[in-house]
Design a binder for this molecule. Structure first.
Ligand code: S3P
Length: 160
């Protein structure tokens, strides 16, 4: 059964997920990374085909990853898909939170198309829309702001 990491852009899903995977001896799957390997850079997919198309291929990649024995980090918007919500209802799900002060430097200079215009304000708005979904799906709920990765990983493994 996979362990799934969800949460907003910049919460540390990739960083913490890869460390957690090493810790528990499981493969690490980052669904954004898998999309990039198969379809090219995410900002190009958004620019060329638009967000609805991105969500279709994201759902395919997520559905596949959730059938693997792995630590799986989902893109921040993957939980919008109702089928993904159904899948996550029966899996161990870790919500990684981050506050604005901690996320600002992590997002700076990035290539995330959804916040290319609007930056932190946009990030805040998107989080407000998604937070109820994140909270409803989470079994473990952790704040990653200003805490070392090793501590966060230890807390997750202790609660799995
Ligand atoms: C998105 C988050 C990104 C990526 C895409 C859309 C979102 O992933 O999937 O840019 O809708 O929040 P991260 O959460 O890994 O940045």
């Amino acid at each position: 059964m996979p362990v799934v990491l969800i949460g907003p852009m910049g919460a540390g899903k990739t960083r913490i997920g890869s460390r957690l995977a090493r810790e528990v001896g499981a493969p690490f799957v980052d669904t954004d990374q898998r999309i990039v390997e198969r379809y090219g850079p995410i900002e190009e997919i958004f620019a060329r085909e638009g967000e609805p198309y991105f969500r279709v291929i994201e759902r395919e990649v997520v559905a596949e990853a959730l059938r693997e024995e792995a630590v799986v980090a989902l893109g921040g918007g993957a939980v919008l898909d109702p089928d993904t919500q159904d899948d996550l209802a029966t899996l161990p799900v870790v919500l990684l939170r981050v506050d604005e002060a901690a996320v600002a430097p992590r997002l700076a200079g990035g290539t995330r198309p959804l916040i290319a215009d609007g930056g932190l304000d946009r990030w805040r708005g998107i989080l407000a829309e998604r937070l109820p979904i994140y909270e409803a799906l989470a079994d473990i709920d952790l704040d990653t702001s200003r805490r070392p990765v090793a501590r966060i990983v230890a807390e997750i493994t202790g609660r799995l």
